[in-house]
Design a protein around this ligand. Structure first.
Ligand SMILES: *Cc1c(COP(=O)(O)O)cnc(C)c1O
Length: 243
């Protein structure tokens, strides 16, 4: 006999409560930083989460979700209450998966190579659309992480700016695991500085309006340092068993 999926009502309740609490904390962090709360978006990161729990936050007004894997997202999207909801791919994307995801999400936040950008450009052009992307920066220079190093950023931006069917909208990062808020804030601050520097250069064909940083453990520090999308998973949906 196959195991039947049953909805955990307590978890469903907790997910709703968590979402509302995190939403409030994001707004409070913005106010504390002297920013307009409306300028910081909360993304619900939905990887590994069953549709029924995701729909709970969508029904409460969540308007932005992030998924890591192409197959997983395509497998569950038809069950989700996605009317008016923006979908971003935030996980590492292999070139051979680009065909399947272009046109299915509103943004790909994890562009980290010319090769990947070229494929997104090609597939998008063939479909007659423009795909919005963020360039992922490996701010802590960790071997285990995707993303370009800071000093490679402008070169990659310059190359993408030449391509059709792909539009850079900003930057995304996942900082190293840090022992203190002070330490992680230094990474966020470096990202913000770079974001502003590039924005002020007004590069042709490059928009720098989105800075996606901050997760469950550090989103308040990210908001204090200029993030305008925080990506929160476990603090809303509970600890993940895998990934
Ligand atoms: C999983 C993930 C998140 C959310 O992480 P939590 O710590 O669960 O909030 C955010 N961004 C990316 C790219 C992720 O893969």
């Amino acid at each position: 006999m196959t195991e039947k999926f049953t909805v955990d009502e307590k978890r469903l309740q907790a997910v709703g409560d968590n979402y509302k609490a995190i939403k409030t904390r994001v707004e409070e962090a913005a106010v504390k930083a002297g920013r307009n709360p409306g300028d910081v978006r909360l993304m619900a990161v939905t990887k590994t989460v069953e549709s029924v729990y995701i729909n709970r936050v969508l029904d409460l007004g969540a308007d932005l979700i992030g998924e890591n894997r192409v197959q997983e997202y395509l497998g569950k999207k038809d069950e989700l209450h996605l009317d008016g909801v923006e979908k971003h791919l935030i996980g590492h994307l292999q070139t051979n998966k680009v065909k399947q995801i272009v046109g299915e999400v509103d943004m790909i936040e994890s562009v980290d190579s010319v090769k990947l950008a070229k494929e997104i450009s090609k597939v998008s052009s063939n479909k007659g659309i423009v795909t919005d992307v963020l360039v992922e920066v490996n701010v802590g220079r960790e071997e285990s992480k995707s993303g370009v190093y800071m000093e490679q950023l402008e070169q990659l931006l310059a190359e993408i700016a030449q391509m059709d069917g792909i539009k850079v909208r900003g930057l995304m990062t996942i900082p190293p695991i840090c022992d203190s808020e002070k330490e992680v804030s230094e990474y966020f601050s470096a990202m913000y500085q770079s974001f502003i520097d590039i924005r002020d250069k007004k590069l042709d064909n490059i928009n720098m309006d989105i800075l996606s940083m901050g997760m469950s453990g550090d989103f308040e520090a990210a908001v204090a340092n200029g993030s305008n999308i925080v990506r929160v998973g476990s603090a809303i949906f509970g600890e993940r068993k895998y990934y």
